[in-house]
Design a protein around this ligand. Structure first.
Ligand SMILES: Cc1cc2nc3c(=O)[nH]c(=O)nc-3n(C[C@H](O)[C@H](O)[C@H](O)COP(=O)(O)OP(=O)(O)OC[C@H]3O[C@@H](n4cnc5c(N)ncnc54)[C@H](O)[C@@H]3O)c2cc1C
Ligand code: SF4
Length: 558
């Protein structure tokens, strides 16, 4: 093997988690190879529709039906559009399977940067209660770490990436190291005042968003220009993405090698030394198989893809992964439950219109089962994400009268959708398909994941409460909805290789390090033992930086 095939560390995946792993490890002096199966997208030049109005984008940025049906039938649930379809997975080329009655939307990226290019950027800390909840509720899956273990790493990440938000001092939603918040509009301020009066204890707050409200010149990043076109890529670097933030930092060290179109298939393992000895991948452009080696491997391919890779790493003839000593690998898969919401019209304020196109919105943090079971028929809780806006008035008539009508605005409307916590169930699991393989010879991922009573009761409550809050606040024409709940649809899939103190019931230890291999860390959503109800990616970043620090200290000690 030539020296170019050997590195200090290999990072698999370049998304939110992998980008941070590469940054941290290179900055700590390691020569790092980052492998990603996606196509290369460079910051700026890789965003052909950045800043373009809809009429300059093919099909006015509406996905043609045939394209959705043939190639993006899953990605459509992740808001794919002509302007960003290069950032998404082609579902026809890269299929997966689910059992009858357990539909799962596995929404995947298709480019370097992973979902960091297309995510919604809502960024919240977990609360101390989130890490304690499984133990408190007597649910299998006690976290081996608590909030205090992660808090310094949250601070470190937030200061680096820039998170805008307001300090609220809420026990259930710890404050971050904030840049100034994206301001609420006049209708949201009106609603905040009325909702908080009607429902003491409930809050409507500015969202917490990794969109900059202050420049970061040292990173070449400019504050958000309020265009709400983040899904097309942002050459201002005004929102957190691998391309804008972690990749430049890793490259600046001169110690990063990045290989795109590199589909990792499995890890080599030496049972005698209990170490990962190699990473195998296929070059998607040439079809050539490669093996690379390193002292350290960070697996950050995203929750389900990392589990698939772990499961496909096994001795010839064996069905069991090297890393599944506990028999829990693939189990306890979770996603947030959502597709519940409420909307209504806000009376008055006709003299105001919105200014700019602010990304994000406002947030109603969890108010159910705070500090324990409140007897509402389900455990854990949900938060509401929403925003107020004025749409153009519905034009009336034809010709001049229609044009005249289009110049006006309709009433203020407020709409919101809930994200709720799913409990960890051992038999919500993924496995390798026994007979079907993909074009690289990797067994297809097969999902058997369902929402249960607790989640469905929670969403029924979210609907009732959502409607009640808007009505009590004085909105009119209030409607609410509850649509089909499909796991994966919230794009917050987690679990499958959870952390724990006991190697007999978990895959990773408290440092995101495999019990079976001291030189393997899995720092994406696969490691999560529960899911809170807030968006998860900030926690993945914090746990990745924490794990990188641990790994390098361990290497130096050795
Ligand atoms: C539309 C949308 C909105 C979202 N909004 C939010 C939000 O507001 N807040 C929030 O916290 N989260 C949000 N999420 C979820 C968030 O994007 C993910 O939690 C986060 O990106 C996961 O980071 P990751 O690094 O684990 O995975 P990813 O970002 O998916 O990166 C994984 C990388 O690994 C690569 N990879 C996979 N398999 C292999 C392989 N076999 N070999 C080589 N490379 C591989 C992929 O190509 C990819 O680049 C949203 C997601 C979407 C799609
Ligand atoms: S809204 Fe802000 S972050 Fe999003 S694309 Fe525009 S400038 Fe960039």
């Amino acid at each position: 093997m030539t020296s170019t095939n050997r590195f200090d560390a290999i990072v698999i995946g370049s998304g939110v988690s992998g980008g941070f792993a590469a940054k941290e490890l290179t900055e700590k002096g390691l020569r790092v190879l980052m492998l990603d199966r996606g196509v290369m997208v460079e910051h700026g030049e890789g965003y052909p529709y950045d800043g373009k109005p809809a009429y300059e984008i093919p099909a006015r940025n509406m996905m043609p039906k045939s394209l959705v049906e043939n190639d993006y039938f899953i990605s459509q649930h992740g808001y794919v559009a002509p302007s960003n379809r290069r950032f998404y997975n082609d579902d026809r080329l890269n299929p997966y399977a689910y059992d009858e009655g357990s539909k799962f939307y596995w929404i995947r990226p298709g480019a370097v940067g992973g979902k960091s290019l297309i995510w919604g950027r809502w960024s919240f800390r977990w609360a101390p209660e989130d890490f304690a909840a499984n133990k408190r509720d007597g649910i299998d899956g006690e976290w081996p770490i608590g909030y205090d273990d992660v808090a310094p790493w949250y601070s470190y990440i937030e200061k680096y990436i820039g998170v805008s938000g307001s300090r609220e001092n809420l026990p259930y939603l710890p404050d971050s190291e904030f840049q100034p918040p994206m301001p609420m509009n006049v209708a949201e301020k009106w609603l905040k005042q009325r909702l908080e009066t009607q429902f003491p204890g409930r809050k409507l707050i500015n969202t917490r968003l990794s969109n900059l409200t202050e420049d970061k010149p040292e990173q070449g990043r400019t504050r958000c220009q309020v265009r709400n076109q983040c899904g097309n890529g942002c050459s201002f670097g005004a929102y957190f993405s691998t391309q804008a933030v972690t990749l430049p930092a890793a490259r600046a060290t001169g110690r990063l090698t990045l290989q795109s179109d590199a589909v990792v298939t499995n890890l080599d393992y030496d049972p005698a030394t209990k170490r990962v000895t190699g990473v195998r991948y296929i070059d998607a452009k040439t079809g050539q198989a490669q093996t690379v080696e390193a002292d350290l491997v960070f697996l950050c391919a995203s929750a389900m893809a990392s589990v698939q890779l772990l499961m496909n790493s096994r001795a010839p003839g064996s069905e069991r992964s090297y890393f599944d000593e506990s028999g829990t690998l693939g189990g306890y898969v979770m996603d947030h439950i959502f597709r519940v919401g409420a909307e209504g019209e806000i009376p008055g304020m006709q003299e105001y219109i919105e200014y700019g196109r602010r990304p994000g919105g406002v947030y109603i943090p969890r108010f159910r089962n705070i500090g324990g079971d409140e007897g509402v028929g389900f455990s854990r809780g949900y938060g509401y994400q929403g925003g107020a806006r004025r749409d153009p008035a519905a034009p009336v008539g034809f010709g001049a009268s229609m044009k005249q009508g289009m110049r006006k605005y309709g009433p203020w409307k407020f709409s919101m959708g809930a994200f709720g916590e799913c409990l960890p169930y051992k038999d919500n699991r993924v496995s390798l398909h026994p007979s079907k393989v993909d074009r690289f010879g990797v067994p297809l991922m097969r999902f058997d994941v369902r929402f249960r009573n607790n989640e469905l009761k929670m969403m029924a409550d979210a609907r009732v409460q959502g409607e009640a809050m808007l009505k009590a606040a004085g909105l009119t024409n209030v409607i609410s909805w509850e649509n089909e709940h499909v796991p994966g649809d919230a794009i917050h899939e987690m679990g499958g290789a959870r952390m724990g103190t006991d190697p007999r019931s978990s895959v990773l230890n408290s440092w995101s390090q495999a019990h079976a291999a001291a030189n393997l860390y899995v720092t994406d959503g696969a490691q999560m033992a529960s899911v809170s109800c807030v968006n998860p990616s900030l926690t993945f970043m914090a746990l990745t930086a924490r794990a990188a620090d641990h790994a390098v200290k361990q290497m130096r000690q050795a």
